[in-house]
Design a protein around this ligand. Structure first.
Ligand SMILES: *[C@@H]1O[C@H](CO)[C@@H](O)[C@H](O)[C@H]1NC(C)=O
Ligand SMILES: *[C@@H]1O[C@H](CO)[C@@H](O)[C@H](O)[C@H]1NC(C)=O
Ligand SMILES: *[C@@H]1O[C@H](CO)[C@@H](O)[C@H](O)[C@H]1NC(C)=O
Ligand SMILES: *[C@@H]1O[C@H](CO)[C@@H](O)[C@H](O)[C@H]1NC(C)=O
Length: 322
């Protein structure tokens, strides 16, 4: 009896939470604060939950709102042109981001650092999902989130080398899907484990659910490919101190190294190539649109990875470019 009642209450709370998310994402819920060993920890309700030092700072909805998302991805719903029209929205991004805000996603450092991280992450997303080529109206940078999956896959991206750990499911194809597209069975398998969704057997979930697509991309941003390596988040916000090897490999903290982590030698260490410059251009464009300004991005040495040696050779790099 007691148990049933509690279930009902829990269900009611879940419903309320969903209603409040639907209503106004910018609404900041109850802030709770506690101190432990002289450190301040906070819990901000749905957007930043679970006693974290990061939740004491601004949360993403405090500085990144619907109109800004619309500005950044202004062409994503153009009928007949945008391939994923109607799929991507602000709310999906924020709900996915809320799972990582207690870990520092968009909540590390001061407001400028926070906005730069969102611009950097979305810069990758915009570049990897763009259908804007030279002649597109609004310019080639206005077409981020045009796709949610690879259009004409040339293969099913099933690598038998991983048949014991991440066996391909019968009939499943592991072509590029998502906000930072995932390719190959082993990447679907590993990311699925990370976010606790069976992506190895259901890679199609990523192109059916925008929240999940963003969640997988933010997970990639927040998680090192190998335990001994930094995440893209770490190198971007300054959590990472390069070793002597890193310095010799020209890997420095900043945006350039995020490309090294996410794409390896398909983008980095190849000189001043287009695939790299396209990603940088999206980042700078978003910094401008957010009012941070591209001058905050720092010099070319930190923006570029043209001369960097990849952390991981191409075979292991976790997502390849299209
Ligand atoms: C919170 O914000 C302040 C300044 O706005 C910053 O100095 C501090 O590092 C941030 N906290 C964390 C955990 O990043
Ligand atoms: C924000 O933090 C960055 C990195 O720590 C620092 O360089 C910058 O001066 C800070 N900006 C403001 C306005 O405090
Ligand atoms: C989409 O994915 C999110 C995050 O995993 C999940 O909470 C939600 O229920 C999914 N939506 C649908 C319609 O399946
Ligand atoms: C540094 O690089 C050398 C040569 O590639 C390698 O043998 C060594 O393990 C690396 N050290 C670290 C700490 O990664």
């Amino acid at each position: 009896m007691e148990v049933t009642k509690r279930h009902v209450v829990a269900l009611f709370i879940v419903v309320l939470a969903i209603v409040s998310v639907n209503g106004d994402l910018g609404d900041d819920s109850e802030l709770k604060v506690k101190y432990k060993h002289g450190k301040k920890y906070c819990d901000k309700g749905w957007e930043c939950k679970g006693w974290s030092i990061y939740c004491c700072n601004l949360t993403i909805t405090d500085y990144f709102q619907t109109y800004q998302f619309e500005n950044l991805f202004s062409k994503r719903n153009v009928p007949m042109v945008a391939h994923a029209a109607g799929f991507w929205d602000y709310r999906s991004f924020i709900i996915a981001a809320s799972l990582f805000e207690p870990l520092g996603f968009g909540t590390t450092g001061n407001r400028t650092t926070q906005m730069k991280e969102i611009a950097a992450f979305l810069g990758h997303v915009g570049a990897k999902t763009s259908c804007g080529y030279g002649v597109a109206t609004g310019g080639p940078l206005a077409w981020g989130l045009c796709y949610n999956h690879e259009m004409s896959p040339s293969q099913s991206y099933c690598d038998d080398f991983y048949k014991l750990t991440y066996p391909c499911a019968p009939g499943a194809d592991y072509y590029g899907r998502g906000a930072i597209p995932i390719y190959w069975n082993y990447n679907y398998g590993a990311i699925g484990e990370g976010i606790k969704v069976d992506l190895l057997n259901h890679p199609e979930y990523i192109e059916q659910n925008a929240t999940l697509a963003f969640q997988a991309a933010i997970y990639r941003w927040m998680t090192p490919v190998k335990k001994s390596q930094p995440s893209a988040h770490d190198v971007f916000v300054g959590n990472w101190k390069p070793t002597k090897n890193d310095t010799l490999a020209k890997r420095v903290p900043g945006f350039g190294t995020t490309m090294n982590i996410l794409y390896g030698d398909s983008v980095c260490g190849q000189g001043d190539i287009d695939p790299m410059n396209t990603i940088i251009s999206h980042y700078l464009y978003y910094l401008d649109l957010l009012g941070v300004g591209r001058e905050q991005a720092g010099p070319n040495e930190v923006l570029s990875c043209a001369e960097q040696i990849p952390f991981n050779p191409s075979y292991k790099s976790s997502s390849s470019s299209t």
